[in-house]
Design a binder for this molecule. Structure first.
Ligand SMILES: [Ca+2]
Ligand SMILES: [Ca+2]
Ligand SMILES: [Ca+2]
Ligand SMILES: [Ca+2]
Length: 373
């Protein structure tokens, strides 16, 4: 009896911890009703109340969805880091409403889910729902769609296509549960939905867009700030945070960056050759965290400013009292210049004064690109 009781406890404990470990976490959500953590978005129009055909709510959660009517429109969600997660997926609900009983989405009308792993610079279309002969379905009620359209992310920009088999009200092939699974653990993951319909009586509606994943590690470090946030390759970036160790490694866009450990709260990270604009990721015990915003890499390739017609004084120091002074000159003329042909004269008054001192530069050649003190 006692033994069975102990085993029961053990099994309950195992089940509890297993469900915790494999539990899916909402990484970011947009339900158009304020749920958090928020995945902000742009595009589309508010969808609320009931549609006409079917005459059921144009939302799943609370009181709002988002709609596209008679247009080609993108609804683009904010870049989200999924670095701390594995088994990442995006899901969203979709419905096709009509303003007249005979309308609905046709073969040329579509809703597409695209994925970016570089914050929206490039996109891959993954999942596409087409209409068919005025197909329509709601989120709830007797004309609700029940179809599931799931694809595994492959990044090849060729979407897997789902279409209802016919027109009018659809149920089993009214594709309303959309998901893209197998999304990468990435600091710049972004989702976009592209829509097209071409009649004022055709309405695509979405609700409850959410990125979920399994928390793969719990970081022991944190990042509070970094500076500078822009510069060329090999720029030293000072990162402030907590929990840094001599074993902390860094990457920018998956390219390893050299780390100079200063203290548990300060690191210097060198932007590597070949880096492009991205967050700086710090990895501690296999657990990666990224800076809250991108480091912008300044391109130093190509020709820069035109050549100057003469040398320039770039800095000057004259001690207040005594004879100490420094003059810094820079040559960007494209040719070697003999400094002995230059003098600096000092007058005792700006207008009508006497020339009290003349400084002649020594006979030194200053090369193109050289700065001399
Ligand atoms: Ca909602
Ligand atoms: Ca139509
Ligand atoms: Ca149409
Ligand atoms: Ca594909």
């Amino acid at each position: 009896m006692t033994l069975i009781y102990k085993y029961s406890l053990l099994i309950i404990t195992l089940l509890t911890s297993a469900s915790f470990v494999s539990g899916q976490t909402t990484i970011a959500i947009q339900d158009f009703d304020g749920a958090t953590p928020t995945m902000t978005y742009a595009g589309g129009n508010a969808a609320t109340g009931n549609g006409s055909f079917p005459n059921t709510p144009k939302f799943v959660s609370t009181s709002n969805g988002r709609e596209v009517n008679n247009s080609t429109t993108d609804i683009v969600f904010a870049t989200t880091s999924t670095l701390l997660y594995s088994s990442v997926f995006f899901e969203v609900r979709l419905a096709s409403f009509a303003e007249t009983s005979g309308n609905g989405a046709d073969g040329g009308d579509y809703a597409i889910i695209s994925i970016s792993i570089d914050g929206g610079t490039t996109w891959s279309r993954e999942l596409r729902i087409n209409g068919n002969n005025n197909a329509k379905w709601g989120f709830s009620g007797s004309n609700a769609g029940t179809g599931t359209a799931t694809v595994a992310y492959d990044g090849d920009n060729t979407p897997t296509v789902f279409s209802p088999a016919g027109g009018g009200y659809r149920t089993a092939d009214g594709y309303t549960f959309l998901s893209v699974t197998g999304l990468p653990s990435n600091s710049n993951l972004r989702v976009k939905m592209e829509f097209l319909n071409n009649s004022g009586n055709e309405i695509w509606v979405i609700d409850d867009a959410v990125l979920k994943g399994t928390l793969s590690c719990i970081p022991t470090h944190s990042i509070s700030s970094f500076n500078p946030n822009t510069g060329p390759e090999l720029t030293q970036v000072r990162i402030i945070g907590t929990g840094f160790t001599t074993a902390t490694t860094a990457e920018i866009n998956s390219i390893a960056a050299a780390v100079n450990y200063i203290s548990s709260t300060e690191l210097l990270v060198e932007i590597p050759l070949g880096a492009s604009d991205a967050t700086i990721d710090l990895i501690e015990s296999g657990c990666a965290l990224s800076t809250g915003s991108n480091f912008t890499v300044i391109d130093e390739t190509g020709t820069c400013a035109p050549l100057f017609s003469d040398i320039v004084i770039t800095e000057i120091y004259d001690n207040n009292g005594g004879s100490l002074g420094y003059i810094e000159v820079h040559n960007n003329t494209g040719a070697t210049v003999d400094l002995s042909t230059y003098t600096i004269k000092r007058w005792d008054a700006l207008v009508g004064g006497a020339n009290t001192h003349t400084y002649s530069f020594p006979a030194i050649n200053i090369l193109h690109g050289q700065t001399l003190l």
